[in-house]
Design a protein around this ligand. Structure first.
Ligand code: UD1
Length: 367
């Protein structure tokens, strides 16, 4: 039997933990021949190569080396360099994950060339079109042929948008495959000793969403809340390049001097950050993926956004959506201290087997 060539696309940091189990599962099947394309959207060692090494992802077969730029420039550059790859590779399908610019850029090129498009993590909706990721999600789903969902809201959203039911598959969460596979390994990380931390005695924080960090008024409100919370507990903050650049640009560096317990560190590798989040008293974030990871780890999560595209993490998990208001964030921290968000349930099919379900379904459809 002929092998089935599938181009797997990855571009930005949150893609890497999603493609790792898919590449492994494809490699283990004797029928699927994966070709890995890295768009180069993220390129710093700590935002990209480190994840490939730690997660055992094979080196990309092709690196488009596109780098940063405005949304239009970045998306267009990815499209321009991806098209010749499809022409020379002639794959049976292209698989994209998540909601970053690389996802829609490569999906768009594939669909226009009549190549089957597979979207992993389909159907998630924040219903907030001010989020660049929401636009990427809606557009990618609209042109995908095979749509894999992580939670039931995704299935329902796609059906409401008119996607034929036979193209939608609930398979669970590939990012959680990676988490469950690496949890034991993460416990070997020296990061707790390096930062001199004891389990349960600190919080971690991530913050990089443009709506939070590109607007000085919003960023000030968040920093005011953080100033209060860090009086109670040390906050470990691996800072994203976008946030670091904006703190300098808005001349906020002086404000940080009033926050001795806010500890800035460089972006961390996957294993170090996993261990820190597993042992944290609380996670403060505006990320999408961390809402899911904290749910599985049983760590209370304060999400500093007005909405979530991952409602299951609030329904059964440890997540609270609190918005960006200073007092609301502080009130959420009080609820965490009162134990209201301690370990709750695990969403359906978040069991470490999502990538194998995807492989089986693709073999049935494309084989
Ligand atoms: C992208 C994704 C976002 C995801 C985030 C995770 C889109 C629309 N957004 O946002 O969904 O949550 O990745 O990190 O695709 N930079 C570096 N080094 C790098 C990469 C970026 O210094 O390796 C800096 C550059 O100044 C760049 C800025 O970060 O302009 C933003 O990078 P970009 O890829 O445009 O978006 P992110 O904010 O990282």
């Amino acid at each position: 039997m002929n092998s089935i060539k599938i181009i797997v696309v990855a571009g930005a940091r949150p893609n890497f933990m999603k493609i790792a189990p898919i590449m492994e599962s494809f490699d283990a099947s004797d029928r699927i021949e994966p070709v890995l394309v890295h768009t180069g959207q993220h390129y710093d060692e700590k935002m990209s190569d480190l994840f490939f090494r730690q997660l055992g992802i094979p080196s990309p077969d092709v690196n488009l080396g596109v780098g940063s730029g405005s949304h239009a420039v970045q998306t267009a550059e990815i499209m321009k360099s991806f098209e010749p790859v499809l022409i020379s590779q002639q794959p049976a399908a292209v698989l994209v994950v998540g909601d970053v610019n690389s996802t829609i850029a490569c999906g768009y090129v594939a669909a226009k060339m009549g190549i089957k498009l597979i979207h992993v993590e389909a159907g998630l909706r924040s219903f907030d079109r001010a989020m660049p990721e929401e636009i990427n999600r809606v557009l990618t789903d609209a042109i995908s042929d095979i749509l894999f969902c992580t939670e039931k809201s995704g299935v329902e959203n796609l059906k409401k948008e008119g996607v034929t039911a036979s193209r939608i598959f609930m398979v669970g969460n590939v990012m959680i495959d990676t988490l469950l596979k690496n949890l034991e390994k993460a416990k070997q990380s020296p990061i707790m000793q390096q930062l001199n931390l004891k389990p349960g005695s600190y919080a971690t924080m991530t913050m990089h969403r443009p709506s939070n960090v590109d607007n000085p008024d919003v960023l000030v409100g968040l920093l005011d809340a953080i100033e209060v919370i860090q009086r109670d507990i040390p906050i470990i903050f691996p800072i994203h390049p976008r946030t670091r650049n904006n703190i300098v640009k808005f001349k906020f560096a002086d404000r940080m001097k009033n926050m001795p317990n806010l500890r800035f560190i460089e972006p961390l590798g996957y294993l170090d950050f996993l261990l820190l989040n597993a042992n944290a008293a609380c996670v403060l974030t505006d990320s999408g993926g961390l809402q899911e990871e904290t749910t599985v780890l049983g760590t209370p999560c304060i999400t500093m956004r007005e909405n979530t595209e991952r409602p299951i993490t609030c329904e059964v998990g440890t997540n609270q959506i609190v918005g960006t208001d200073t007092d609301a964030i502080i009130a959420a921290w009080t609820r965490v201290q009162n134990g209201e968000y301690d370990k709750r349930g695990i969403p359906e099919m978040w069991d470490g087997k999502a990538a194998d379900r995807i492989t089986q379904i693709l073999l049935d459809i494309l084989g």
